[in-house]
Design a protein around this ligand. Structure first.
Ligand code: MG
Ligand code: MG
Length: 255
C-alpha cells in the first residue's frame, strides 16, 4: 500500500487530529496539583469517546512489550521521557508533565503530544519545553515537498543540540495513517540532504524528546513501559501529525 495519502484522506486525518488536539487541551486544562494521572486519562477517554473516536494507545501491544499499554494517554512526569502509564500518581507543585495522545476516527489515526509544568513551574523546565517546541517547529518547517527526511531530522536535532539538550536515543517520529506507527521512520538526528525524498501526501508524526543536561541515554522503568532519562534529569516531549502538501506542511493535530 502506498504511503501517500490523497487530499480526501488527509481531510479525514485532519478530523482525527482535531479529536486528539481537543483531548490534549482538555487534559491540560484539568491538570493541576492534587490531580492524578488516572483522572487525566479519564478526561482524554471521555473526549475521544464523545467524538465517536477510539483511543489509539489503549491495549496497544507491540512485540517488544510484555504487557499491552493500559492507558488512553501516556503521562510522563519529570525524568520520565515518554510512555509513562497514567496511574494513581498525584501531581505535585512544579511537576513537568508530558502528555501523548492518539485516536482513530473512521479508521484514520492522529497522534500528538504536549509538555507543561504544573503549579509553580521552574523556569529551567519551561526553557526545556520551549526548546522542545522549537525543535518541533523547525522539523515541521523542513517537512516540504522536495526536501529529504534527513532535512527534517537535522532541523529537529540541530535545534536541540544547539540549545544544549539531549535527545532520547533510538526514538523518533513515524509515518501514520491507517495505523499509528507506519513507515517511514522520522529520526530526530540526521544529515541534511540524506534519506528518503519527501513527497506530496506523505503524513508523518514529528516528535522531539529532549532531556536536560545534554545526555541521550535512558532506561526502562520496572513497569516495562516508562522510559526514564539515565541521568535522572527532566525531559519534555512535543508532537504533531503533519501532512506534506504542495502548499507546505499542514499540521493535522490542531483544534
Ligand atoms: Mg504520540
Ligand atoms: Mg508518535
Amino acid at each position: 500500500m502506498s504511503m501517500l495519502k490523497s487530499p480526501g484522506q488527509i481531510a479525514l486525518m485532519r478530523e482525527a487530529g482535531r479529536v486528539v488536539a481537543h483531548a490534549l487541551k482538555a487534559v491540560r486544562e484539568h491538570a493541576d496539583v492534587g490531580i492524578s494521572l488516572k483522572e487525566l486519562d479519564d478526561v482524554a477517554a471521555a473526549v475521544i469517546r464523545d467524538a465517536g473516536a477510539k483511543p489509539a494507545f489503549l491495549d496497544y501491544h507491540p512485540r517488544w512489550a510484555s504487557v499491552p499499554f493500559p492507558g488512553v494517554i501516556c503521562a510522563s512526569v519529570n525524568d520520565a521521557v515518554v510512555h509513562g502509564i497514567p496511574n494513581g500518581y498525584v501531581l505535585e507543585d512544579g511537576d513537568l508533565l508530558s502528555i501523548d495522545c492518539g485516536a482513530f476516527l473512521e479508521g484514520w489515526c492522529g497522534d500528538a503530544a504536549i509538555s507543561f509544568t504544573v503549579g509553580e513551574g521552574d523556569p529551567v523546565d519551561q526553557q526545556l519545553i520551549d526548546a522542545t517546541e522549537a525543535a518541533l517547529a523547525r522539523g515541521i518547517e523542513a517537512a516540504q515537498v522536495g526536501n529529504k527526511m534527513g532535512d527534517v531530522a537535522y532541523a529537529i536535532g540541530g535545534e536541540a543540540k544547539r540549545a544544549g539538550y539531549g535527545l532520547l536515543a533510538d526514538h523518533g517520529g513515524h509515518g501514520i495513517g491507517r495505523t499509528m506507527h507506519a513507515e517511514p521512520p522520522v529520526p530526530n538526528i540526521g544529515r541534511p540532504g540524506r534519506g528518503m525524498k519527501l513527497e506530496e501526501g506523505l503524513v508523518i508524526a514529528i516528535e522531539p524528546m529532549l532531556i536536560l543536561g545534554g545526555k541521550d541515554d535512558y532506561y526502562h522503568d520496572e513497569d516495562e513501559w516508562t522510559l526514564r532519562s539515565a541521568n535522572g534529569r527532566r525531559a519534555a516531549h512535543s508532537e504533531h501529525t503533519v501532512a506534506i502538501t504542495a502548499e507546505g506542511p499542514l499540521i493535522l493535530t490542531m483544534p
